[in-house]
Ligand binder design. Structure first.
Ligand SMILES: *[C@@H]1O[C@H](CO)[C@@H](O)[C@H](O)[C@H]1NC(C)=O
Ligand SMILES: *[C@@H]1O[C@H](CO)[C@@H](O)[C@H](O)[C@H]1NC(C)=O
Length: 217
């Protein structure tokens, strides 16, 4: 009997942790003390007496960012690192700007589902499931698309004018792994023999990609 209860409890706990994104909060607010050396699952709370509106405010998504870079896109995050008041609240936003032809290259967010709302322009977007099916669509101003948590996804501006989206996440800090950069520009580097075998190409090709994706000095 006790064992049955224990099994039930474990199953319930597993089901809950599988459906939740960031864990639930245990207090009204816990404004991140980004300078604290205390390591917890998130950030330590700063003294409540020192909390004010500034901790919950950010103006950084108001204007387009510069997309003058190799990919022709820029992600501006509004997460707990920018808005300390988001600590423990389980949500955040980003603004993404795209030059004509700009690409937000294939990447994943290990800790959040993403929902984007198109502010301007038109984008070809898609994600790939674990069954390796591509789910893609063209979306335009005022429309929404969803990228399920953890799945590889991308957005490309195939229009002739700039585009922009607001992206919302069910995590205070979704985390991003950009596939190409993760594999070809890690520190220390992923060994060539791993990449030549995985991608079925030669060392020359791998070295070429590595040099192109190396962080600009
Ligand atoms: C909030 O507190 C900070 C210092 O902790 C101060 O610089 C800022 O002016 C305060 N903002 C408001 C809106 O009171
Ligand atoms: C874009 O960046 C390049 C290299 O950093 C620079 O030379 C160029 O002037 C920039 N163009 C604009 C329009 O800012």
């Amino acid at each position: 009997m006790a064992a049955t209860f224990l099994t039930l409890f474990i199953l319930l706990a597993l089901a809950m942790s599988a459906t939740a994104a960031d864990p639930d909060m245990l207090q009204d607010l816990c404004v991140a003390d980004l300078t604290s050396g205390v390591k917890v699952n998130g950030f330590a709370c700063k003294d409540a007496a020192a909390v004010n509106a500034t901790d919950f405010f950010f103006a950084g998504l108001a204007a387009p960012g510069s997309t003058n870079n190799t990919m022709g896109s820029l992600v501006t995050a509004a997460n707990v690192q920018k808005i300390p008041g988001l600590n423990t609240l389980g949500v955040s936003l980003s603004r993404i700007d795209y030059a004509p032809g700009g690409l937000n290259p294939p990447h994943t967010h290990p800790r959040a589902t993403e929902i984007v709302f198109v502010l301007e322009g038109e984008l070809d977007v898609g994600f790939i499931t674990t069954a390796n099916a591509l789910i893609s669509k063209t979306i335009k101003k005022g429309e929404i698309f969803v990228f399920p948590r953890g799945l590889v996804h991308f957005q490309k501006n195939n229009g002739g004018v700039p585009a922009a989206v607001i992206a919302a996440f069910n995590s205070q800090l979704p985390g991003t792994q950009s596939i190409a950069v993760t594999l070809f520009a890690a520190t220390p580097p992923v060994p060539d023999h791993v990449l030549t075998m995985a991608f079925q190409v030669g060392t020359k090709e791998v070295e070429k990609i590595k040099s192109r994706l190396a962080p600009k000095k």
